[in-house]
Design a protein around this ligand. Sequence first.
Ligand code: NAX
Length: 326
Amino acid sequence: MKAPITVSVTGAAGNIGYALLFRIASGDCFGKDQPVRLRLLEITPAMGALEGVVMELNDAAFPLLHSIDISDDAGVAFSGANQVFLVGSKPRGPGMLRSDLVRTNGPIFTGQGRAINDNAADDVRAVVVGNPCNTNAYIAMKSAPDVPAERFTAMTRLDQNRAISQLAGKLGKTAGSIGKMGIWGNHGPSMFADYFHAECDGTPVTELIGADWLKDTFLSTVSKRGKAIINARGKSSAASAASAAIDHMATWYHGTAAGEWTSMAIPSKGWYGVPEGLIFSFPVTVTDGQYSVVEGIEHSDFARAKIQATIDELAGEREAVQDLLS
Ligand code: NAX
């Protein structure tokens, strides 16, 4: 049996946390031969609820689960962390604009970035799920100067999974038939699901599905999926978001299969004209824990305009939080 790794999860008593923790503890993320120590962070008023979650985790009797520590102190929760899920943040309230959300949640990520910087293990890797996740990841990255910037990522895997599911449904296939479904940019209204390069069992989906459906129905369904779930369930997506977070970290940990792409929001190094430092979703491949942006993708004018729009949205968010970083 391998030595345990330490996995820190914030917002652990929340909806996504509730779906996420059991899958980490069961070995779905880091492997059925990889023991884990969980270190869970919550705000003080939620510590009682978190104790209940811990009781349930213990009652599931997961063989891979070595220990569970809970805290409302980020320094304690990130101590020795190898893998970090930053889920905790305040949800967008009624009438709240996206710009308000950036300002409300930004300060959480300055503090948590610093705490990761000072307490996590040398090989720490983090995914931000809490919205606005790209800009929150940017804030955490900037607040952790001793951690290599590329260790901070944000989750667009749910958008990718939603896109795959729509294409598979349209073609009467299962999700496993769909490949190279890249998400570009922000996990937000401007996100671009690049169907031009997606494939079904190796055939471009553009050869199998009409252009109008892809341009209109597909893009709009994927971008409005979160809202549709809130309307139907009365609550935001939780189990699918947790599943996507598992997918994101599992792919980073285990790698992509030959010929497979995945989407991760990562600090840009200027790829495809995206300004350096923006946490921007690209199609990537992963080998030995290192991701590489897929090179040589040609974009149509339509796709380029979409990518520019999401660059602009992210650049605006970055501008709005500059004062939090001084
Ligand atoms: P919940 O409100 O159910 O849970 C959030 C939890 O975070 C709460 O228990 C709260 O006490 C805790 N929290 C708040 N501030 C904290 C802090 N400073 N430190 C530690 N914990 C803190 O929300 P949930 O449905 O779990 O969603 C969590 C976040 O995921 C939200 O920001 C949400 O917008 C975001 N999402 C991101 C998605 C993505 O694809 N990137 C999709 C799903 C989801 O909307």
